[in-house]
Design a protein around this ligand. Sequence first.
Ligand code: NAD
Length: 384
Amino acid sequence: MKVGFVGLGNMGLPMAKNLIKAGFEVYGVNRSKAAEELLEGFGGHIGFTIAQLASDMDIILTCLPMPADVEQVYLGKDGLIENGRAGLILVDSSTVNPGLNRKLYKAAAVSGLLFLDAPVSGGTTGAIAGTLSIMVGGEREVFMQALPVFQAMGKQIDYVGGSGSGSVVKLINQLMVGIHTQAVSEGLALGRKSDVDEEQLVRILTSSFAGSRMLERHYGNHIVKNDYKPGFAIKLLGKDLDLAVEMAEQSGVALVVGNQVRNLLRSAIRSGFEGQDMSAMLGYQLQCDKQIETEPIKHFAVFLPMKDADKSVTFREQHLQFLANRREEGKLLANGRFTDGAGGLVIYKGRMLEEVEAWVKEDPYIVEGARNYEIHEWDIVLAE
Ligand code: NAD
């Protein structure tokens, strides 16, 4: 069986290596050629385009960073679907939203191709050991055809339902990974401030109800070694929480804590932590704690003059939800709009103008071009 593999990164490369180990003929494509050479050193075939792979393989797996990368590799003119031969099985192991899975499933079907969503869990350790959890959505018969390929890479392999179901399960997993990661960061930050022995603290937590796979992974593989090379990058966990929040909004589920964790990940990404392993959320926590010690809270008045009245109407709900999230985080003093249509005013609580400006730039009104903005630090004087 000829197996193509697109995306030979932290996960894809060891997954592809395990396919070679299991006796499959593996053809690898990666954006940076150094990763392809690593696969060649292990017995893989390289030097092909995605289109060539599509016309010649029996099955092709993809493991790519962002949904936009997946869209491009599948739906681009030189991509998998346009160039795939009838009967080709396409398997996406990237973490994306179920809606994208269904879109690719339908586009593949139109061209006589078969598509499975098969996101994975278990990290680079599981990818290297061939012990990944693989959760698969799509048609059961296609899953059965692809099963030997999954068995070469994983241990816990489940068919979970129609197209997109694999990603639903994966995003629930990621939501909980994010929450547990934040729990580890806050727990250890508190431990450090209280001068308890960290190794002993972790040993006790591990054998108590607070123990978790995330605690063991983050502490044992990264924190104790002070080594934050990813593993699983904060940028990718941020993307996953964005997708989980989007899925929850569509399902009508209130992710009170999940939303907060998503916002923290976004702030960490803006603060330069995006390339570090997710365990480095502890570093971000410590950095925020330091700021609390050194910088007092100030007020910033943000004037949002009207730019496009139609867009303001269209994005009002999103803007108000955005402000509600900031209120929950304790970052908002007040907000309101001018009844004459001139725009609105938001009073933020923050430590630095740059920090507040970064929040303002995420406001859907600004992102979508409905309003302009002006920020002024505001020396508040209460009337009473
Ligand atoms: P990564 O950034 O290490 O690897 C992605 C690879 O894809 C890179 O080598 C990059 O060069 C390549 N790539 C990007 N665009 C490409 C294109 N258009 N054509 C060919 N190659 C391209 O990411 P990763 O950590 O391996 O994660 C990949 C996916 O798996 C993500 O969706 C992630 O969320 C998910 N995932 C990661 C982990 C983990 O622990 N790292 C665990 C489970 C799931």
